[in-house]
Design a protein around this ligand. Structure first.
Ligand SMILES: [Zn+2]
Length: 413
């Protein structure tokens, strides 16, 4: 690592982000004196930064609050109308668009069937149209849109902003989403893997209880793992961190595309569970075929979950096995990270959640391979069904507002 320094504008940006973070983390509002206490910045610096934040409209003055003797301090809070971000979640079945305000509240939402890519230009046009329609319908001042965040299945080329060849999107091949969507909308565009967006959302909206060392288990068409280490999302050298799919969890299981048997990312995903159910006669053979399009799996998986909830022993057994496999992979992941929390979410999660939450926590702790001496919290993402789309929008908020020591280094942008 080369030695590198900082300069005053970079420090100024960092201090601005630190103050904004302190205000953002104080939902009831906060005074300048409290901000100085929280951030260890001088009162003069806090005062200067707050003046600029008020001028920019990101922060508003909510009046004074009596706090004992002396002049009551002015309370500042984030202005929800101060800025907006668009989040786009590309799932193999559906593309979800949300518009969120600075507090992360969803102000508009649209979903479309995921376009089958034949001409990338047509996809870009369709996405740009959806974004414009979303902004127009929300009534939000377009000048206040900070940017568009996109969460895509991996792998991605983060440097170029290109979606490479996601296994679940067979016809998407090197789609240059970031540049072309930015040209089409005139807005800055960020592109990240779906699991990265999910982790950023958890960090952005997390309560203070989280230690920041957690794994996010993303249960979608595929299985992904997002990682947070010390309160920062782990992106890795090419922003593709978090593929734990080829961990063997069932040595007797079916052969995965990698040639091994019983990889968790193959065995435990909805498509495989539906196929198992068909093989065992739990679901009718015609509910999916080999060339099954994703919406078919979606419907069949819902049916399987209903059967399990109604007490069908065969359906339940399939989910119990999947919970055991997921537990096996969770043990290895939390061991590796020394994490103290595992958060579950993703588009298919809700349907398998009742069985997994019943089985998995005990199975992890009882696993002889589990080495940690501290408890692990197992939680479900509180962000809801649009979590990854909101995560995509929070990429923009995070990029704009989060203080990052790395941003102090010259040459790091
Ligand atoms: Zn494999």
């Amino acid at each position: 690592v080369a030695l590198t320094g900082s300069n005053l504008p970079a420090v100024g940006q960092f201090n601005r982000a630190v103050v904004l973070e302190a205000i953002r983390r104080s939902p009831g509002g906060v005074s300048r004196v409290d901000i100085a206490d929280m951030t260890a910045l001088s009162s003069q610096t806090v005062s200067n930064v707050c003046k600029r934040l008020l001028e920019s409209g990101l922060v508003r003055d909510t009046g004074t609050r009596v706090q004992g003797p002396g002049k009551p301090p002015v309370i500042l809070e984030l202005d929800p109308e101060g800025g907006f971000a668009v989040g786009v979640h590309i799932d193999p079945a559906v593309v979800t668009y949300v518009l969120v305000d600075l507090t992360g509240a969803v102000r508009g939402r649209v979903t479309n069937t995921t376009p089958i890519v034949q001409h990338p230009e047509a996809v870009i046009d369709e996405m740009a149209e959806s974004i414009e329609a979303l902004i127009a319908a929300s009534g939000v001042d377009r000048e206040r849109i900070l940017g568009v965040g996109i969460a895509s299945p991996g792998p991605i080329d983060a440097r170029e902003g290109v979606v490479l060849d996601p296994p679940m999107l067979p016809r998407w091949h090197r789609v240059a989403l970031r540049r072309e969507l930015s040209e089409a909308t005139g807005l800055p565009v960020l592109l990240e893997k779906d699991v990265t967006a999910a982790v950023v959302a958890e960090l952005w909206f997390a309560g203070q209880a989280s230690s920041g060392d957690f794994a996010f288990m993303y249960y979608g068409t595929g299985l992904g793992t997002g990682l947070s280490v010390g309160g920062e999302v782990l992106r890795g050298s090419s922003s593709n961190a978090g593929d734990a799919g080829h961990m063997t969890v069932d040595p007797e299981g079916p052969v995965c595309s990698c040639g091994r048997r019983g990889c968790v990312g193959d065995a435990a995903v909805p498509r495989s569970l539906v196929h198992r159910a068909v093989e065992r006669g739990i679901l009718p053979a015609d509910c999916v075929d080999e060339s099954a399009e994703v919406p078919d799996v979606d419907e069949a998986f819902t049916r399987l979950a209903q059967l399990s909830a109604e007490g069908d022993p065969g359906a339940r057994e399939i989910f119990v096995d999947a919970a055991g496999w997921l537990a096996h992979s969770v043990v290895l992941i939390v061991n590796l990270l020394d994490a103290d929390e595992v958060i579950f979410g993703g588009p298919f999660w809700g349907r398998i959640a009742p069985v997994v939450m019943e089985i998995l926590p005990g199975a992890v702790v009882a696993d002889p391979a589990f080495v940690l001496q501290h408890p692990i919290r197992f939680t479900e993402s509180a962000i809801g069904v649009d979590g990854t789309a909101i995560g995509a929008a929070s990429l923009v908020l995070d990029n704009t507002f989060s203080p990052r020591p790395r941003a102090l280094l010259l040459g790091s942008e």
